[in-house]
Each structure stands twice: as structure tokens, then as C-alpha cells.
Design a protein around this ligand. Structure first.
Ligand SMILES: Nc1ncnc2c1ncn2[C@@H]1O[C@H](COP(=O)(O)OP(=O)(O)OP(=O)(O)O)[C@@H](O)[C@H]1O
Length: 250
């Protein structure tokens, strides 16, 4: 479980996050949603230590992260898997080398053990046998799956996913969303997905934290999200023609 309390982050006079709190439980898919510029990525970066919040705390199963020293943060980072926007694979490395990267960095496993783990992860994302391909030889959906395989290589307790569906067609997006949800439930991971995709919200949003202009406007599940009287949330939820047309049917 990850708990954030009263997170504040500014860039100069721009108060990007203004007192965000929330609880992200293990084994469920937690989403941070909001319009462009609402502060989603900034919040995620505060949680993993890429930004330092001016105020507030981030607790990983009771361990306060923001006040940790460098070495202590490294220990927590070993428990974190990340799937970045655009997959962020190393283009000059094969699929196998990409997935092995965190194992090389953080473990002293021998090559056989590492290869076994790589093959297990590849199988888990339905890419068995693709070891020797380079990222340029993969479709967008396959790249995401390699990114997921790399993210789970270290058997993470915490999984952060930034915009998993950017650049994917709707069908492939569903496959990726479902894979994230399955892995979360299978390994009881605390998973946090940053997205503005309403398909993901309706499909996998067990717990949703809605940000608007740097403030938490709402939290709840995908079963509740279409039934609030919060104007800012309704503007976000029903922005697409599809959601507008489906209003009242959820
Ligand atoms: N490193 C930075 N330096 C200065 N300003 C920043 C920095 N990172 C983000 N911001 C500002 O913080 C605000 C929120 O940005 P952020 O990327 O967190 O939004 P977002 O909700 O993730 O948006 P999007 O959905 O478009 O990715 C924006 O006004 C942005 O310009």
C-alpha cells in the first residue's frame, strides 16, 4: 500500500500540486486521472523521488520515502517497477537485454538465473521467443508488453505506469490494460496508473483519484464515477462523444 499525505509541489510561482492525499491499496488497479496539465505526472514523479515535494509525505507500506537518504531510497526503488510513456526501451539492446537490464543493475544473479527470469516475464506478457528482436522490429503494443516485462522483472511490490495507452489503438489498449490488471491481482502489486483515457478508467479503475488544477476533486471507483454531481469531474468524464452518448447507461 502507498499512502500520500498533503503533497505540495510548485515550479516557481506555478502551484502544480496543492495538498494531495490518497491511499493506493495493493492488489487493485489505482488510477490518477485528470486533464492535461492537472499535475498527474508531477504527482507520480513526487512519489518515486524524481521531484521533491515542498510539503507532504509518501509512505511505502509505512516507510516514509521523501525524508529518506539516497541509499534508503535506492532500496525502495528496487521494489518499484516502472512502465514509462512510449515504453522507453533501449533501442540498441535486444528485447532480452532490455528486460535483463534491471537484473544486471540490481541483482547478483548468474546469467542462467537472469535468462530464466527474462523468459518467464516474456511468457507472462505473451512474447515468448522474441528475445533477440530489437525494439525497432516491434509494434507499439509489443513494445508496451516488453516494457511491462521489464517492469515486472524484479518482481516489484509497486508498479507505476505512465499513460499506458498513448499511441495504441483501442483494441491493443484494452489488452495492455487487462494485462496490467491481471499482473496486479496475480502478484498483489500496488499499481498506480496515470491516464486520461476514459476506456481505461471504465475498464480497470478500481480506485480513481481525480486531479483538477492541482487539487484532488474526487476519489472513488469506476462504478461511481459517472454518477457524481461534481461539474469538473463530469466535464472530464463526458468530454468524449462516446461517453456523452452513453450517459445514463452505466
Ligand atoms: N519540470 C518542470 N518545470 C516546470 N514546470 C513543470 C515541470 N513539470 C511540470 N510542470 C508544469 O506543471 C504542470 C502540470 O504538469 P504535469 O505534466 O504534471 O501535468 P499532467 O496532468 O501530467 O499533463 P499531461 O496529461 O498533459 O501529461 C504544468 O503546468 C507544467 O507546465
Amino acid at each position: 500500500m502507498i499512502e500520500i499525505k498533503d503533497i505540495h509541489k510548485s515550479f516557481g510561482s506555478n502551484k502544480v500540486l496543492q495538498g494531495i492525499s490518497g491511499k493506493f491499496e495493493a492488489g487493485v488497479t489505482n488510477l490518477i486521472i485528470g486533464g492535461s496539465g492537472s499535475g498527474k505526472t508531477t504527482l507520480l514523479k513526487c512519489m518515486i523521488g524524481l521531484h521533491h515535494p515542498e510539503q507532504g509525505s509518501v509512505e511505502y507500506d509505512g516507510r516514509e520515502f521523501t525524508s529518506m537518504n539516497f541509499e534508503e531510497k535506492i532500496e525502495i526503488r528496487k521494489e518499484i517497477g516502472m512502465l514509462f510513456q512510449g515504453s522507453a526501451l533501449f533501442d540498441s539492446m535486444t528485447v532480452e537485454e532490455n528486460i535483463m537490464f534491471p537484473l544486471n543493475m540490481f541483482t547478483d544473479q548468474d546469467r542462467k538465473e537472469k535468462l530464466e527470469r527474462v523468459n518467464f516475464c516474456l511468457e507472462r506478457v505473451n512474447l515468448e521467443g522474441k528475445n533477440k528482436l530489437f525494439p525497432a522490429e516491434l509494434s507499439g503494443g509489443m513494445k508496451k508488453r516488453v516494457g511491462i516485462a521489464r517492469a515486472i522483472a524484479m518482481n516489484p511490490k509497486y508498479l507505476f505506469v505512465d499513460e499506458p495507452n498513448s499511441g495504441l489503438d483501442p483494441k491493443t489498449s484494452i489488452v495492455i490494460d487487462e494485462l496490467i490488471k491481471e499482473l496486479t491481482e496475480e502478484y498483489n502489486t500496488t499499481t498506480i496508473v496515470v491516464t486520461h483515457d476514459m476506456n481505461s478508467v471504465m475498464g480497470i479503475g478500481d480506485y480513481i483519484l481525480f486531479l483538477h488544477e492541482g487539487k484532488k476533486f474526487w476519489e472513488g471507483s469506476n462504478k461511481e464515477i459517472a454518477h457524481t454531481d461534481i461539474q469538473e469531474l463530469n466535464d472530464f468524464v463526458f468530454a468524449s462523444r462516446f461517453m456523452k452518448a452513453a450517459k445514463g447507461k452505466f
